[in-house]
Design a protein. Structure first.
Length: 468
């Protein structure tokens, strides 16, 4: 049985960050095994954020080619098969450059191909035969798309965020089951390419975990682009008739039949923990199979840590997975650290983008019973007018007892680029006045955060462009 200082089960963002951090802390002396199957890099680079943002960028350029009066652009032509071929080529290159070649710089890290499973003595069996052992273990197995138990869905067939990237033909119509980040991103991309997209969501609104003003404004924008929505909806059955897939949707208004050439299931993800035999080593999970950890990323077994999408938490993010991998290794090697979930930003890369960090107005009210909030629309932001993208809002949530920034929430082009201002404010305890007293660049979309802060002092409609 081969022994290692650290065994990492998985080969995605959390696993790579953990392996690299372990190498750095030990100056290359720690023996590390990275065990797993599938393409190196895990979800993000292969079937997640990288291909989805490639598709979204292509779709936006195709859809928005003539945004300015007086600019005559020749009609764009779409070769969907060639586009997807380029997407897959880009993903392969990104995987090669950022994962395959990167790990070669760490000779102390051994890649072991195979499915891992714990044995009763705490060792790890690879493909049920090769046994390895680590002084510590990090579980970073990620997650997979999860389909709801809908009558006829499996027999009818569907695609997910894992399989859509293999498509060679653009569907004429697409039914998206799920109004969260994945469903909206892929749905808008296909709508921009000319597919008729219908979103079916069980909750009363899309992106139900963000501010209502943001989800409502985004839905209105998507509807203007042609997307259709069924909210507070239940799917009673799915069937196939010829080349069409039929979805029976039930709402308070009655039954509706949605016809689509293809169905995208985007109803969440499940952890890849089912075959690990976690019970053999006393690692506790929640009822859905996500691993329970403390803020050091330690599980109920003191020798085993977990990081990434397989961990029980609110957000599934590549950056957060990587941070959790670093936190886990730091604690294993004696550097005490705890994960800070409160200042982690997240984004949805629709156009306009949704970006958020910290507490919503409702969450702060539930926690403290008091909240100060201001909201500005992009109609008050000159840069938004310049680029012709005025559908959006920015909301600032302030704790009135301390004047500290508790949350920043934006619906804006490039919101993911400037939400970091909110993340830094929350992480370092900045106040409303710190934002007001900081000079921002004009004209920019990031100026909207300062305008939201200045709205606590005066009406932004009565301000000139550069009032400080």
């Amino acid at each position: 049985m081969k022994k290692f200082d650290l065994v990492i089960i998985g080969r995605g963002a959390a696993a790579f960050s953990a392996a690299i951090k372990a190498s750095e802390l030990s100056r290359g002396k720690a023996s590390v095994a990275m065990v797993g199957v599938g393409a190196l890099g895990g979800t993000c680079v292969n079937v997640g954020c990288v291909p989805s943002k490639y598709l979204l960028e292509a779709s936006f350029r195709y859809y928005n080619q003539s945004a300015f009066p007086g600019v005559d652009v020749k009609s764009a032509q779409l070769d969907f098969s060639k586009l997807m071929e380029g997407l897959r080529s880009f993903v392969a290159k990104a995987r090669e450059e950022k994962y395959v070649k990167v790990i070669q710089n760490y000779p102390n890290v051994e890649l072991i191909e195979g499915k891992a499973r714990f044995s009763s003595n705490g060792s790890v069996l690879v493909d049920g035969k090769n046994e390895i052992q680590g002084k510590n273990v990090i579980i970073a197995v990620g997650s997979r798309p999860s389909a709801p138990p809908i009558e006829g869905l499996e027999d009818t067939g569907y695609i997910t965020s894992d399989s859509v990237w293999q498509a060679t033909k653009k569907p004429s119509s697409l039914a998206v089951i799920g109004g969260g980040a994945i469903g909206l991103e892929i749905g808008q991309a296909f709508q921009h390419f000319g597919t008729q997209v219908t979103v079916i969501e069980a909750m009363p609104r899309i992106l139900a975990n963000t501010e209502r003003e943001i989800s409502d404004t985004l839905q209105q924008k998507l509807e203007e682009e042609g997307m259709k929505f069924f909210l507070k909806a239940r799917i009673s059955s799915v069937n196939k008739k010829g080349e069409k897939k039929l979805i029976e949707v039930v709402t308070a208004q009655g039954k509706s039949l949605v016809e689509a050439e293809e169905i995208l299931v985007a109803t969440g993800r499940a952890p890849n923990t089912h075959d690990l035999a976690l019970e053999a080593v006393g690692v506790e999970t929640d009822k859905r199979g996500f691993i329970k950890t403390d803020l050091t990323m330690k599980t109920s077994n003191p020798k085993i840590y977990a990081a990434g999408d397989c961990v029980s938490k609110r957000l599934m993010l590549e950056t957060l997975a990587a941070r959790e991998g670093v936190i886990a290794v730091s604690n294993i090697f004696g550097e005490e650290q705890m994960i800070d979930y409160d200042s982690v930003p997240w984004a949805v890369f629709t156009n306009p983008q949704v970006a958020s960090v910290g507490m919503t107005e409702e969450e702060l009210m539930q926690k403290t019973g008091a909240c100060s909030c201001r909201l500005v629309t992009l109609e008050n932001v000159i840069k938004a007018k310049i680029i012709g993208e005025e559908a959006g809002v920015v909301k600032l949530v302030i704790d009135p007892s301390t004047q500290k920034v508790a949350g920043v929430h934006a619906l804006s082009p490039y919101a993911a680029e400037f939400i970091i201002e909110g993340a830094l404010a929350i992480k370092h305890g900045y106040t409303l006045w710190d934002i007001i007293d900081t000079v921002h660049i004009f004209p920019t979309l990031s100026e909207s955060v300062k305008l939201a802060a200045q709205a606590f002092l005066r009406s932004v409609e009565r301000m000139s462009c550069c009032v400080e």
